[in-house]
Design a binder for this molecule. Structure first.
Ligand code: NAD
Length: 260
């Protein structure tokens, strides 16, 4: 479905972003992977996706905390891939602490990575999408873009910001062939969540798997983790013509978390 199209997925060296990149590649899309990690593991992922896609797959290790690096990342994808049709702003980090103890440096890093990088990538990608009359922007927000939890001041503020930014971009691009939506996952078992599982297990004096169940029981009525494949399939749908009028939405994929 996406043969001849070109995508950039930030934060795609692991977890949800890698799942989204894999789903786009499976539709024949050229992909720029972005993010940090072990070079050998990144090269394995790049080669696997290129084989699946049949289109070029490249990697860029830009640090998204730097606005100029975000612009260069988007420019590099446009130059290497002959344009950019799909932008998935997915990179994100987490830190948990009560507000009055929250390290200022962590607040700045989370706002820069989870929110400001999304703005900088969108403003760099939009002119080309408008000129081509087609584009899909998908921002990975979170259930924490819709509701709050204690000890996540920076993350919840950034993700609510992503939901707001998504609406503004959808209004500014309405009717242009470009759509902008946010996906709002609940608990998805990735490297971002493992420390939270470990902390819960330690606090309750239980094993890791019981800790994971305790996290789910508290917030996610389905009692099951969201999978990265499910999120990848949703992004592919958002890139389809069936979703051409779906814009400005923030779509929960959360096992019922936000229905409570
Ligand atoms: P992850 O830790 O597996 O992936 C994070 C990605 O972001 C990695 O590729 C990492 O290299 C990249 N990254 C981090 N800092 C960066 C920086 N400064 N510059 C460039 N790249 C950087 O985590 P994940 O769970 O896959 O998270 C992906 C997104 O999904 C995040 O935005 C996260 O907030 C969101 N999310 C996750 C969950 C969950 O339960 N895992 C739920 C809701 C939303």
């Amino acid at each position: 479905m996406l043969r001849g199209r070109s995508a950039l997925v930030t934060g795609s060296t692991s977890g949800i972003g890698l799942g989204i990149a894999r789903a786009l590649a499976a539709e024949g899309c050229a992909v720029t992977l972005a993010g940090f990690g072990d070079p050998a593991a990144i090269e394995r992922a790049r080669a696997e996706l290129a084989a699946v896609s049949g289109a070029p797959v490249r990697h860029d290790g830009a640090d998204l905390r730097e606005p100029a690096a975000v612009e260069a990342l988007v420019r590099g994808a446009i130059e290497a891939q002959g344009g950019l049709d799909v932008l998935v702003n997915n990179a994100g980090i987490q830190h948990t602490a009560p507000c009055e103890e929250f390290p200022v440096e962590r607040w700045d890093a989370i706002l820069a990575t989870n929110l400001s990088a999304t703005f900088h990538a969108i403003r760099a990608a939009l002119p080309g999408m408008r000129a081509r009359g087609w584009g899909r922007i998908v921002n990975t927000a979170s259930v924490h873009g819709l509701v709050a939890s204690p000890n996540k001041a920076a993350y919840v503020a950034a993700k609510h910001g992503v939901v707001g930014l998504t609406k503004v971009v959808a209004l500014e691009t309405a009717g242009s062939g470009v759509t902008c939506n946010a996906i709002c996952p609940g608990w998805t078992r990735t490297e971002l969540v493992e420390p939270q599982i470990a902390a819960r297990a330690a606090a309750l004096g239980i094993g890791l798997e019981e800790g994971a169940r305790a996290l789910l029981e508290e917030k996610q009525p389905s009692g099951q983790f969201v999978t990265v494949d499910q999120l990848g399939a949703l992004v592919v749908f958002l890139c389809s013509e069936a979703a051409a009028q779906l814009t400005g939405a923030s779509l929960p994929v959360d096992g019922g978390w936000t229905a409570r």
